[in-house]
Structures are given as C-alpha cells and as structure tokens.
Design a protein around this ligand. Sequence first.
Ligand SMILES: C[S@@+](CC[C@H](N)C(=O)[O-])C[C@H]1O[C@@H](n2cnc3c(N)ncnc32)[C@H](O)[C@@H]1O
Length: 470
Amino acid sequence: MSKKVYRVRAKYLDNEGRGVVSFNQSMIPVPGLLPGELAQIELYRKKNETLGRIVSLVETSPERNTDMCPYAGRCGGCQLWHMSYKEQLRFKQSQVESLMGKYCKIPETIGMDVPLCYRHKIHATLGRDSRGRIISGIYEEKSHKLMDMEQCRIQDSIGDEIMSTVRAAMKKLGIAPYDEDSRRGLLRHVLIKTGYRTGQIMVVFVLSSLKFPQGKALCGQLLKKFPNIRTIVYNLNAGKTSMVLGDEEKVVYGEGYIEDELCGLKFRISPKSFYQVNPEQTEKLYMKAVEMAGFSKTDRVLDTYCGIGTITLLVSRYVNHVTGVELGADAVDNARENAKMNNISNVRFVRRDATRFMEETAAQLAGSGRPSVTGKRSGKNKSNAIDFTDKSYYNVVIMDPPRSGSTSAFLKALVKMSPEKVVYISCNPVTQKRDMEELIKAGYRVRAVQPVDMFPMTSGIENIVLLSKL
Ligand SMILES: C[S@@+](CC[C@H](N)C(=O)[O-])C[C@H]1O[C@@H](n2cnc3c(N)ncnc32)[C@H](O)[C@@H]1O
C-alpha cells in the first residue's frame, strides 16, 4: 500500500539543521528541507521520532545548494549538503546565538573559502552488498546499513583513491571483509590519516586477526601506487564494538606515525592520537583562541585535554610556561616528542585524567598557603610574590574536552584554582554552555565567543568561549 503524502511548508530549522513543518498540531522535522520550501512529504518513524521524508519539492529556496552530493540524504556524514554554504554558516551562528547570545554578541562564524576535501582523517568500513560485492563506506544516517561510497567530497580525495585500490586488491587477493553478524572475515575498517602540509599518509588496517597472509601483497600494491604512504599499521579489533580501533597494533611499514605542520610547528601523529580533522580551519581556530586569550609573558597556562600538544606548543611562544594534560598514552608520547622536535622547553606533559589532575592541583594549591590569583591567601605563606616554579599555579586554563564536555568535579576544582582566564574550546556548544554556566555561577563572566566552522556540510559546530573573573 502506498504511503500517504502531505503538502507542507517548512517554517524554521531545528538544531540538527532539519526543516520543521507544522502538521496536525505537531512540529515534524524533515531532513533536507529548508525554511520557506514547499514539499510533498510522507511520514516515517525512526528511533522513536516521527520524521518527514521529502517525496518531491514543490517550491525551492534560493538558499538550496544545487551542487548535490549523490549520497546526500542517505549518508550519515553530512546533514547540511542541501544548504548553500552561506546559509550553513548562518545556521551555525544562530545555534550559538540561541545558546550563548544572552552572554555576549556572537561574531560571524569563521568559515572556509572552499568547504570541500577538508577531512584529513578518513575512515571506511568494509562489507558486502546484497550481491556479495566488496564495498566500503560509512553507515547510512542513524542505521547500521553500510553504504557503498566511491567518493566522499568532504574528504581528502587521496582517501577515495586508496580505498578503490584496497577494494580491488581484496578481490584479487581473496581478502574477506569482516562480517559483524557471523564474526567471519578479516578486514574490518581502513583508517587513513593524511598530513595537510606534508602530504604524508598513514594507513591503518583494522583486522579481526593480526595473522594477515595477504597483507604483504596488499601493502606492496599500495606503496607502489602511493609513494606518500609513510607508515602502515595493523590494528586488532575482534570485539563486538562500535569502536574503530582496538588496543593491539603492529607497525608493518615505516615508524608508526606521520608528521604534519600547523601554525609553523611540526607534529607527530600516531594512529590513536587525536588530531583535528580539518587542519586548515584548525590554524584559524588556534590563532583566534590565542588572540582572544591575550596572553602575556608571565602567564602560567594549563592546557587540559591537550591531545598531541598542538595548542600547548603554540601557546608556549607567548607565555612563561604551559602544562598539557591528556589521558591518551600515545598522544602524550607524541606531545613530548613534538616539544623536542620543535625545541620547546617551557612546557611539560602529564598523562592523567583531566579531572583528577585538576583536583590534585587544587588540593596542592590550597595546601601551599600561596596566594591564589584573586589574592586570597591561606596557610603560613603570606608573600604576594608568584613562584613560577610552583607547579600548582596557573593563571590561565585552556580546556578542549570531547563532545560530552568536562565534568562537574573538573569545574569545581577549576573554581578553587581561580585562574584569571578560562579559554574553553568545544565541538559541542550544548555541553560547553552547560559547563560554562557552572563557571558563571562561581563568578566568571563570558568575555567573548567565536564560532569556527570546522565541519562544513555537517551540523557540527566548533566554538571558543573566553571567560574571566576580572
Ligand atoms: C577534542 S580533543 C582536543 C585535543 C587537542 N586540544 C587538539 O586541539 O588537538 C580532546 C582530547 O581529550 C582527551 N581526553 C578525553 N578524555 C580525557 C580525560 N578524561 N582526561 C584527559 N584527556 C582526555 C582525548 O584523548 C583527546 O585528545
């Protein structure tokens, strides 16, 4: 039986960038529809939500992007492809405005000149289609159905070429893609990282077993065709998990890392270490954060959730000292090596859970009797002189946590440490606002906000907030 079709007009965009239509006294999100557009839609349920699916567009908006990606709408990667880039930036800005506009004026979102081919971390899952052909791609929007994808226009195009070679070689060499249901097959995912300035390439084969008899031939073919491949790593992931990488890995070619350059600094990147996916925008993000912070040569800075030390090392140029704190062992190893490679000595890196580090530092500070930045003193030490060798003293804290944001205990410890300034970078302004409101309750004020578009075509938003007490 054919589904009922309704004629509706979109009123506004919801926070995922979906056009919202009024229907039978409910507001229904319709992915791919723009405000003002008239469409014929049918209704469907997905993950406990009623959504509209466009059957046909009757009237289109001038903000519709006509240069469509063939996978748009099905692919779970890009939610905003149908929107002109100008409109995407406006949408992102309005999201930040509605969350943080009451605290300060939100400047224009910093966008890209060419918002394509920007992802330098490429992840492809392997599988078979209904005819048994080997395919690679990503899962369809909010589903576990693998979509065959020969080209992704937001990724560095070398990734598509590598994946095409991998698929052909798998067929020729008889390498079976891993099947999550039967738990048979070998090759599960391919992770490719490419250097923005250096062009160096890392290929990680995620396997259900490190015994990979055809591996040598596959690597040989890749190395012959792509001379910029600097390292190839096998990663073992045989678990029933949505995580891409497992713990165990084996470097089969090169050193197990690639190098890239950002803001005039060199960085070593390992398979498991975090590195921003859009390096072109990362430079703008970092330089904007530095400008907003207004560092001085006497500042002692704590860079929490520091990854491979990109922000730590950049900030070290402008201040007295920076301590970087990061949980990932490989990232901390990279960060220490990166400091050496760039001849930077006014930094240190601590491998620790950021919350634990903050709690320990706040406790040390309270016990030291040293004045906090706000001038309050405790204990025996009544001197106002700042001891720059004191590891518990930081007058600026940078935080750049994962999407879930920071923890309440982290924020409580931060308030006890009482730094003059907090620079909060986040890829999720919703959790950022939640955390920032804890600091506002404790006396901090929002001094500036700056959205930066790190993820064109997607609904992702990166945002910098500067808070201070003074
Ligand atoms: C959004 S990334 C930012 C990294 C870095 N600031 C950058 O720009 O490349 C967040 C980092 O936090 C780290 N991380 C996650 N949970 C953590 C925790 N509880 N304590 C410390 N670091 C953590 C992750 O490994 C990751 O490197």
